[in-house]
Design a binder for this molecule. Structure first.
Ligand code: E4P
Length: 218
């Protein structure tokens, strides 16, 4: 499973990229608002740091305007992935941008049939939002399993399942178990993935025993 980070915070992205474990980045208009910087500047900077797909979302609602925005964003760098909402206009824009060789991420997916539509429109990625379904008392992970089954039933569909709106380490584990192609994860949750008290306890014990040997490796 590929790991994308869900943020427009360039310092955070830079730090995570240094781990060598970061495969891409997703942003959205709310994350750009948080970054409080011009969108095109931020996306260009992120694309300099990360070689993998960097999602930049259009804000128009009509297909022709989405296309104009998408083409402008795609010009920033070859790894820009234009993000469009899961609406009929979004799917039309997706079809055209895909035909032009631009990667497209269809976002705000909340059902398996919506994911199927995105795949039929040629999306590179479709983003089902797990956390937001959980927030309203539904089972977000069930949607990931359903989309996985649908995509596996039709191997000619090449759209990647990009699990989004992840909030916890368990979400990430369950996405991997369900066979998501990509998980886009907020920075704070990525940092938590490595935590386990037995790792810390085990390391303390090893280091303390090692010290008692009086040896050095170098
Ligand atoms: C994905 O691309 C979205 O930016 C993101 O995962 C939404 O997450 P949220 O529901 O926590 O805002």
């Amino acid at each position: 499973m590929k790991f994308f980070v869900d943020t427009a915070d360039v310092a955070e992205i830079r730090a995570l990229a240094e781990t060598g474990l970061l495969d891409g980045v997703t942003t959205n208009p709310s994350l750009i608002m948080k970054a409080d910087r011009p969108m095109t500047e931020v996306i260009a900077e992120i694309c300099d740091v990360v070689d993998g797909p960097v999602s930049a979302e259009v804000t128009a609602t009509k297909a022709d305007e989405m296309l104009a925005e998408g083409r402008k964003l795609a010009k920033i760098a070859p790894n820009v992935t234009v993000k469009v909402p899961l609406t009929w206009d979004g799917l039309k824009a997706c079809r055209t941008l895909t035909g032009e060789g631009t990667m497209v991420n269809v976002t705000l997916c909340f059902s398996a049939v919506q994911a199927l539509l995105a795949a039929k429109a040629g999306a590179t990625f479709v983003s089902p939002f797990i956390g937001r379904l959980d927030d309203i008392g539904l089972d977000g992970m069930q949607l990931i399993r359903e989309i996985r089954t649908v995509f596996d039933n039709y191997p000619d569909l090449s759209t990647q399942l990009l699990a989004a709106s992840l909030r916890t380490s368990n979400h990430v584990r369950d996405c991997a178990l369900a066979g998501a192609d990509v998980a886009t994860i907020p920075p704070a949750t990525i940092h938590k993935l490595i935590e386990h008290p037995l790792t810390d306890k085990g390391l303390d014990a090893f280091l303390s025993d090692w010290k008692k040997t009086g040896q050095t490796i170098l």
